[in-house]
Design a protein around this ligand. Structure first.
Ligand code: PLP
Length: 424
């Protein structure tokens, strides 16, 4: 599509947008009496207007039924989490038996490493991206130490080439080949949180398995953002949080995918708890753990129903909008944003910002990361003053992520317009 840098063009795109009515299903934060331009759905997704109803329902049932609400007629708590795989399997691309909602992201990362990172003297390395999200770095470091290895030699980070910002797939694949039989686990983000780069998950998984290693992905910035085919790509496991693109609210419950070839293997080592125990006999409360032969077999505690209720409110909206439709709009929205930023740059005598997110549509999702070449922090602060909610990352990167559920093309244009006026 050939874009134009005018508000009328942006409004025309909005009028043709089949998902435009979904914006009204969310609360948009306000600034000086007007809607903010909210571009941080990659950090904390907005609240659906139905969220309070979903949560209130469970509070009411708790008030009126107490413990009996575990077996009530509407949304009984006992199997409450069981309605999620149907919705989440479409978002991460897997079978329903391969997904479970539980705990939170970093906790799940540790639990999955208990199963999938079991280093030996020969095979002990973890291959990951340089500049992985800090929590993931700490998880790798502490797991490696826990098993008695030195992170300096056991955690291998793949970096961009000198002078580049994103990591070349070829460099990832050749590192995997080079470290070969010493690799226990390959664990990348699906999308890097800093640059917004989408990794080639299919190619990385294939190379990992050729090297005889397990391969997992942290989908925090990928779930609800980009197309995912966990099962088809043969990924061993993945985990994600639900409060970013999936709008479940601060600290919302996390999600886990485990390929069925592992999920059905009840002998795989894990940290167990009663909620992972075979349902038919769980309440006999007997000795000897017997795992559910699905991803549910990794559950430890009973499900956090209030947090799940908030998550469900948003997932029902995803279902109504249709994940494929969301991907269509996402491509157009981020395409428009890239066009506007390039247009702003071309109007200046000197380049004022550098987009460090890949230009190739297959290598990016909603997020665009801009390296500010001068006055970065000042421009960021002024954006905030003018009602743009974006995100600042040291030393000088501004991240923005228009999301297809509630951002409009006009949001994107207005952001570009304000940014342009601040740069001029
Ligand atoms: C947001 C994010 C986290 C946060 O972890 P929590 O356990 O949810 O606090 C971890 N890893 C990545 C890659 C993230 O993007």
């Amino acid at each position: 599509m050939s874009f134009q840098n005018t508000i009328s063009f942006a409004r025309e795109l909005d009028s043709k947008d089949p998902l435009r009515r979904f914006r009204n299903k969310f609360f948009i934060p306000r600034h000086n009496g007007k809607d903010c331009i909210y571009l941080t759905g990659n950090s904390l997704g907005l609240q659906a207007k139905t969220t309070s109803q979903y949560v209130q329902q469970e509070l009411d049932d708790w008030a009126t039924m107490g413990v009996e609400a575990h077996f009530k007629e509407k949304n009984p708590w006992m199997p409450y989490h069981e309605s999620f795989p149907k919705l989440l399997s479409k978002i991460v691309g897997c079978k329903e038996t391969e997904v479970v909602v539980m705990n939170q992201l970093t906790v799940n990362l540790h639990l999955l490493m208990v199963t999938f990172y079991r280093p030996t003297k020969m095979r002990y390395k973890i291959i990951c991206e340089a500049k992985a999200f800090p929590s993931d770095q700490y998880a790798f470091e502490s797991q490696v130490k826990y098993h008695g290895f030195d992170p300096a030699g056991a955690v291998i980070e793949i970096s961009p080439k000198e002078g580049e910002h994103t990591i070349r797939t070829d460099d990832i694949l050749s590192a995997i080949q080079q470290h070969g039989e010493s690799i226990a686990l390959i664990l990348f983000g699906g999308v890097n949180y800093y640059t917004g780069q989408v990794f080639d998950m299919s190619a990385i998984t294939e190379a990992a398995q050729r090297a005889g290693a397990f391969c997992g992905f942290d989908l925090a910035h990928a779930a609800g953002n980009v197309e995912l085919k966990m099962h088809e790509w043969n990924v061993d496991f993945a985990c994600w949080c639900s409060y970013k693109y999936l709008n479940s609210g601060p600290g919302g419950v996390g999600g886990v995918y485990i390929h069925e070839k592992h999920a059905t293997n009840t002998h795989l080592p894990r940290f167990a708890g009663w909620w992972g125990y075979t349902k038919e006999t769980r309440f006999k409360m007997e000795k000897g753990f017997e795992a559910i032969p699905t991803a549910e077999g990794w559950q430890i505690s009973n499900a956090p129903v209030l947090s799940l209720a908030a998550h469900k409110a948003s997932l029902d909206i995803f279902e109504e909008a249709g994940i494929d439709n969301l991907h269509e709009k996402r491509k157009l929205l981020s395409g428009y944003l890239h066009y506007l930023l390039n247009d702003i740059n071309s109007r200046q005598a000197e380049k004022v910002l550098e987009i460090i997110t890949p230009a190739d549509e297959k290598e990016r999702g909603c997020q665009v990361s801009m390296l500010m070449l001068k006055r970065g922090k000042e421009i960021f602060n002024e954006l905030t003053n003018q009602g743009v909610i974006a995100d600042w990352r040291e030393p000088n990167v501004i991240r923005v992520a228009p999301v297809p559920l509630y951002n409009s093309f006009e949001d994107v244009w207005r952001f570009g317009d304000i940014l342009h006026s601040l740069i001029d």
